[in-house]
Design a binder for this molecule. Structure first.
Ligand code: DGJ
Length: 730
């Protein structure tokens, strides 16, 4: 049993292999949070000594015993306007206008299996091992219940959280905020590690001490955004890759997210995560429920690497429902950087022929194949073949690509519309815009209002016909602008605050229907690169284009940032031409390949521009990658040294029989020193041989030697070289 209720002590304890999470129901019925951390036994209520804290009010019933305050005791799910001045989890406006929430325990239920959410992605119980706890809290005055949901994956050290708000009263209630997770961490000193960025520079890790006040990571862009990934970590001040306490929070949500972390007057931390409540409100009629999206939560006492490994294992096995989640992925060549909009059928077929000569599995036709799409100013919405570029339509092209022994994949951006499109001319009201205002325009496009079922219906019909009528075996689903002017023409006045969340629900409904109807199609998420790299998308699509930046040196920090939460098998990474189109930097093919091999390898270049030697090299690389795939997909990923001169990472197979170490230069200096790295994750007793790709020479070392004494590589000289070590156990 991973969920235990002790009726005598009114204590609910969730246990995983290495952690314990505990809450207690106090005599007033308040649900207090007692503990989340390394596995330990006991009733952790003893940690909280009564304390009369000035200006921290007491519940009315406790007016004589001032030691109890909602403002100082750890709360499992905090209400607002009821004496807890820290971050609130639930904000309601009840009938009559009263604002706030005062929640008291009503009941709870423990069941086998994993709860599901309606219309929202959530982890599933793939191997029949999860348990669910549902604790119902009530605010009788408001006529509202909050059902706190916990999915416990004992063996995986993951606890999922979600919340269901129900209107049990007789009048409508407005939800102003409904967080999915509230976690109080009353003791310790903490750092906040989060991942900020911008288009083409996503996922830059930033670690800073948690200071008094509130630190927010959020998006108001309608998508999770390039600017702040929803995933974040709270780690002990001393924690590093290999030791220390770390909490990871991963919202399974692709829209406006928000995680606030507060350090309060008593140095206690509260994390509140879920939908961004700015601009959000939801009208709940009597009898209706609202579900706040899931957040995955994990704890490691052994540092950041162990925390990453929990998420790496969990995502493809318990979150992503695609049949490709644990399968080999095709090595594809994508036409974007090879041709942009400037092509005709012959040019595209020639690129595909080049892809076949390289030994790729698939050719992907990117933007520019539909309507009159000769640039990025028109035709989004008109998902029928471009008459001049593809006079015979898609079918003859697909046949010609298949004749080269390549599978065919296609790019779409179905959430968008250009004003210059037949779709917009027919349905101008389908675009999000505020009446009476000119909408903000971005890449010349507007966003379709997916909060409207008929728009989702059109999107589903359009995409499903494309997939039904053509042999399309992969879809790259792009999204190239943020939402603005969020207003839906069909929602009533009092419900406009629901539009952005309804957009995400609409998106999930279409994605869900498509992946179910076309399980053999491999879908790849994309939003101008990594603008929607999140666990919500990964529940449907097994891989996401990590960044429009294909420069391998820029990718080092982007992919390293992703590695804190997301496994390599979700990170789509391409080898592109040099000099790089985004940065102008020149890098060797070896380095571009080594970096792209730390994810789902693909190519994005014109093979006709390659030399004979480069062609041969790529053929060999693709063949080598196929052999390495099980290691990359299922092995343990370790972040090794990362500094101004180089960045290193390592994959180790589950049985520690095989490892791959890559070291890429970030810069260079005069009189360069040899490079020294310490390997990780090997069996200290094992004997390993190392083959360096450059020399091919092999030598033997013990695992302990490689991990503790380390390994020395000759100094890097020149522009951005790399070293790759292939390690096998004897
Ligand atoms: C943005 C994507 O990230 C690129 O890879 C490419 O597909 C372009 N959109 C096409 O418009």
């Amino acid at each position: 049993m991973s969920i235990i209720y002790d009726a005598g002590q009114r204590l609910i304890t969730l246990k995983t292999a290495n952690t314990v999470y505990q809450m207690g129901i106090d005599p007033l019925g308040a649900l207090l949070h007692y503990y989340y951390g390394p596995r330990a036994e006991g009733n952790f209520g003893y940690l909280y000594l009564p304390r009369d804290c000035g200006f921290s009010p007491n519940p009315y019933e406790m007016r004589e015993g001032r030691g109890w305050s909602p403002d100082t005791l750890p709360q499992e799910y905090s209400g607002s306007n009821s004496g807890d001045y820290r971050l609130s989890s639930l904000e309601l406006i009840a009938a009559g206008g009263a604002y706030g929430a005062l929640l008291r325990y009503k009941s709870h239920k423990i069941s086998d299996g994993k709860y599901e959410l309606e219309g929202l992605p959530a982890a599933f119980d793939g191997q029949g091992e999860a348990q669910t706890l549902a604790v119902t809290l009530e605010d009788r005055a408001a006529g509202v219940e909050a059902e706190l949901l916990y999915g416990v994956y004992e063996a995986r050290d993951v606890i999922t959280r979600a919340v269901r708000i129900k209107n049990t009263g007789e009048k409508a209630v407005r939800i102003e905020k409904a967080a999915s997770l509230c976690l109080d961490i009353p003791f310790g000193s903490w750092d906040h590690l989060h991942f900020h960025g911008r288009h083409a520079m996503e996922m830059q890790p930033e670690r800073s001490p948690l200071l008094h006040g509130i630190h927010t990571i959020s998006s108001g862009r309608g998508a999770s955004g390039h600017q702040h990934n929803p995933f974040s970590i709270l780690c002990g001040r001393e924690a590093d890759e290999d030791s220390g306490f770390c909490y990871g929070f991963m919202p399974v949500y692709s829209g406006n997210h928000r995680t606030d972390t507060e350090l309060d007057q008593a140095d206690s931390v509260r994390v509140v995560s879920g939908i961004n409540h700015e601009g959000f409100s939801w009208l709940l009629e009597p009898g209706e429920s609202f579900e706040a999206p899931e957040v995955l939560m994990a704890f490691s006492r052994d540092g950041l690497t162990a925390l990453s490994h929990i998420f790496h294992f969990f995502i493809p096995r318990f979150l992503c429902r695609s049949k490709y989640a644990l399968k080999e992925r095709p090595v594809l060549l994508n036409s974007w950087e090879a041709a942009y909009f400037d092509w005709d059928e012959e040019k595209i077929v020639n690129i595909a022929k080049g892809a076949a000569a390289l030994g790729a599995d698939m050719f992907v036709l990117d933007d520019g194949w539909f309507g009159r799409r000769d640039d990025d100013k028109r035709s989004l919405g008109d998902w029928y073949p471009h008459k001049e570029k593809l006079p015979g339509g898609l079918a003859p092209l697909i046949r010609r690509v298949n004749d080269e022994d390549l599978r065919f994949g296609l790019w779409v951006e179905p959430e968008m519309v250009n004003e210059d499109s037949d779709l917009f001319r027919e349905h101008p009201d389908w675009a999000l815009r505020v009446p009476g205002r000119k909408p903000a325009i971005s890449r010349d496009q507007l966003v379709l209002d997916l909060s409207r079922p008929e728009v989702c219906g059109w999107m589903y019909d359009t995409l499903s016909s494309l997939l039904r009528e053509h042999k399309i075996e992969y879809v790259k689903w792009d999204m190239n602008r943020s939402l603005s002017d969020v207003f839906s023409n069909t929602l009533p006045e009092g419900r406009q605050g629901e539009t952005a969340h309804r957009y995400v629900l609409g998106l999930y409904s279409v994605m869900g229907r498509l992946v179910k109807e076309f399980p053999d199609v491999l879908f790849e998420g994309c939003a101008g690169g990594g603008g929607r790299f999140d666990a919500g998308i990964l529940a449907y699509f097994p891989q996401i284009w990590a960044s429009d930046n294909t420069d391998p040196i820029a990718r080092l920090s982007i992919q390293r940032g992703l590695s804190y939460g997301y496994p390599a098998c979700t990170v789509s990474a391409h080898v592109s031409a040099s000099p790089n189109h985004q940065t102008g930097r020149t890098t060797p093919l070896e380095t571009r390949t080594a970096v792209a091999m730390a994810g789902v390898l693909g190519y994005e270049l014109d093979p006709a521009a390659l030399s004979k030697e480069e062609m041969e090299q790529i053929r060999a690389d693709i063949a080598r990658y196929r052999k390495l795939w099980p290691l990359i997909q299922k092995g343990h990923y370790f972040r090794l040294a990362d500094n101004g001169l180089y960045s290193a990472w390592q994959f180790v197979s589950e049985e520690r029989q095989q490892a791959l170490v890559s070291v890429a230069a970030r810069g260079t200096e005069g009189n360069p020193k040899p490079l020294h790295i310490r390997l990780k994750g090997l069996d200290p007793e094992g004997v390993y041989t190392i083959a360096e790709d450059s020399s091919g020479t092999k030598r033997e070392y013990t695992g302990s030697a490689l991990m503790y004494a380390g390994y020395t590589l000759p100094p890097f000289t020149g522009d951005y070289p790399c070293a790759v070590l292939y390690i096998s156990r004897k």
